[in-house]
Design a protein around this ligand. Sequence first.
Ligand code: NAI
Length: 293
Amino acid sequence: MSALPERVAVIGGGRMGAGIAHAFLMAGAHVAVVEQNASAAAEARERILTAVEGSIRRGATAPDPACLLVTVTWEALSTAGLAIEAVPELVGLKRETLRRAEDLLPPDAVLATNTSSLSIDALAERLQRPGAFLGLHFFNPVPASSLVEVVLGTATAPSTADAATGWVAGLGKTAITVRDSPGFASSRLGVLLGLEAIRMVEEGVATPDDIDTAMELGYKHPVGPLRLTDMVGLDVRLDIAEYLARELGPRYEPPELLRKMVAEGMLGRKTGQGFFFWDDDGNSVPTALGRRR
Ligand code: NAI
């Protein structure tokens, strides 16, 4: 395993930040999570400790409790070798957060963002050391996802990219390297497949279940594109498709069926119905969508 930075700071301990903190903690780093206020910090700590307990139950060695600090002060950044920003997906908030982090970090530290869609170059605009900045796109849920997209901005230095790729390996995950571009590699390809699958349902080509089976058995995808759309959330997919259509062109234009289902509150697993019906245990059963009359 590649060495990790001894001290890692994560800014924002929400769904993703807590997952990232947990990953570094279990791999042996000292982790400081910076939150915006005391109640958010308490929730972040709870999320991380719950994930740690889950790992221990599955046989992992318990980390030293002294290795985790959840705080509302930014002091911990002054000794971090890596800081990862995981605040909400708002360009202004992220720019401000990154700039503040850069001011506090040691001069040789790496600064990363976990943005899922914003441009790395746009986020780097006001940084003094854009060579030490890049995207580390972790996937949700972090413990169960072995992929991390390492996203390189125009100014990202090769040494920054190499260090980050090594750290991802140190977490036991696999890094792929992507140039800063809309949707990176994962969403650009995955969303297109999902949209085409929805168009196929719309045109009555096959049922969602049969389309998913085609990809699962024919192309060895672990989950078909329509179940995956349900799991991600149809509203989330619609937002990403609209963004990619603006950035990359009409091939990402959302199908009418997707808009209609979102408008009707069929958002997928979280509402119990999307292209499939979902129960509380995460089991899916087919709906009448796409059936021949
Ligand atoms: P979230 O809303 O669960 O967490 C954001 C956290 O940031 C909250 O705990 C909030 O209190 C904290 N925060 C807000 N302002 C802050 C500030 N000024 N200083 C410190 N902390 C602050 O959001 P989530 O889902 O964790 O997303 C975070 C980032 O990760 C976003 O950029 C998102 O696009 C990206 N992402 C999300 C994925 C997902 O599936 N949820 C997947 C991959 C990336």
